[in-house]
Write a protein that binds this ligand. Structure first.
Ligand SMILES: [Zn+2]
Length: 370
């Protein structure tokens, strides 16, 4: 197969120079709609932007193919984190970086560029293919909002590949945890700290004892928990009336997640009860867990495609969530592929041209071997 390296790199450089942010994807969405239309795909945009208050929706593009092959979806997200506007990419010794004042945006422009170049190669070389679906989501960063608002009934794919992981090329992420947030508001009673402290109930103390009695950090090889933000009190001379604590728990195993969340809630309630006070608890489901067995066609095909281009396939789990959690939750078997971008979400972020080419080869190879 012939990947046009120069065209691929130029596409990547073009993409990162189009400003994008969660909820502000209009410009990049318009650009991508044009590219996909030129490639002969049937391009639509859903109303996820309206749902979440953003400027663009998810882009869904379809290319019909042979019916004796599965319909495969490739997906990447259009938004990026801050500081991700005004990116000035620099290519040096085969490595692409920003000028140091912004992120590079390889997360996830590398995924988008690889998908576009793969489609160009497939078209030019006349590679026989099954039906293909390309989805570019909005607002992945900070909440997977585009994927959550994506209308599953519009998708025809049998399974999906999300190009969005810093793991090495060849990594196939087939396990990811579910994640719940726990927001605690501990209620104490305000009083003058010098004149009548015995009339008060210190909400910070209740919160502190609750946190101290929670098992946090790594709970076991598939479960983690954290207390991440605490706010409380007004001044040193006031017994604090309220204290809020933001926590999270994650596990690859839904039963273990429930055990951990129950434990954290009980710790908060016990501490509040000890001081005859009360705690409000808000639980939020962030995303569901998934595990896809190695025998599933989505993995078998990726592994075969990897070996065909001399890359070692490796299935592995992750502690993070992605759009793939949401689509798996909606019943579309999905895995995440490694792109090997480095230091994402920092101004040191970089992408090796070699890896960009490799992952594009992998996309073509998946299409060829389906
Ligand atoms: Zn990403």
């Amino acid at each position: 197969m012939h990947i046009n390296r120069e065209r691929l790199v130029n596409e990547f450089l073009t993409l990162v120079q189009i400003d994008s942010f969660a909820g502000e994807e209009r410009e990049i969405a318009d650009y991508l709609r044009r590219q996909l239309t030129e490639l002969g795909l049937d391009v639509t945009e859903d109303d996820a932007g309206k749902t979440i208050g953003g400027s663009a929706g998810n882009i869904i593009a379809q290319l019909p193919g042979r019916s004796d092959k599965p319909t495969i979806m490739f997906c990447a997200h259009m938004d990026r984190v801050a500081p991700g506007k005004g990116i000035k990419p620099v290519v040096e010794d085969g490595i692409i970086r920003s000028d140091g004042t912004t992120i590079l945006g390889a997360d996830d422009a590398a995924g988008i560029a690889a998908i576009l170049e793969a489609l160009r190669v497939v078209k030019e070389a006349g590679v026989p293919h099954g039906s293909l679906e390309v989805v570019f989501t909005i607002a992945e960063e900070g909440g997977l909002f585009g994927a959550k608002a994506l209308d599953r009934s519009r998708l025809k794919a049998d399974f999906a590949y999300f190009l969005d992981s810093n793991d090495q090329v060849g990594a196939i992420i087939n396990r990811a945890p579910s994640h719940q947030n726990l927001d605690f508001t501990f209620h104490g009673k305000a009083a003058h700290a010098g004149v009548s402290p015995e009339l008060g109930i210190n909400a910070i103390r209740i919160a502190a004892e609750a946190i101290a009695s929670m098992n946090l950090g790594r709970i076991d090889h598939e479960t983690t928990a954290n207390a991440g933000v605490i706010h409380g009190g007004m001044a040193t001379n006031i017994v604090p009336e309220t204290c809020t604590v933001k926590c999270e728990a994650r596990s690859l195993d839904p039963a273990k997640l429930k055990t951990q969340v129950d434990h954290m809630m009980a710790a908060a309630q016990n501490s509040a009860a000890k001081y005859e006070s009360k705690v409000d608890i808000k639980l939020t489901d962030c995303y569901p867990a998934y595990t896809i067995p190695d025998s599933h066609p989505v993995i078998q095909l990726a592994a075969k495609a990897c070996r065909a281009i001399g890359v070692n396939p490796l299935t592995k789990g992750t502690g993070g969530g992605s759009d793939a959690n949401i689509l798996n939750g909606k019943g579309l078997p999905s895995v995440v592929l490694g792109l090997n971008y480095k230091d994402a979400h920092s101004t040191r972020e970089s992408m090796a041209v070699e890896d960009l080419v490799k992952v594009t080869e992998l996309v073509v190879s998946i299409i060829e071997h389906a």
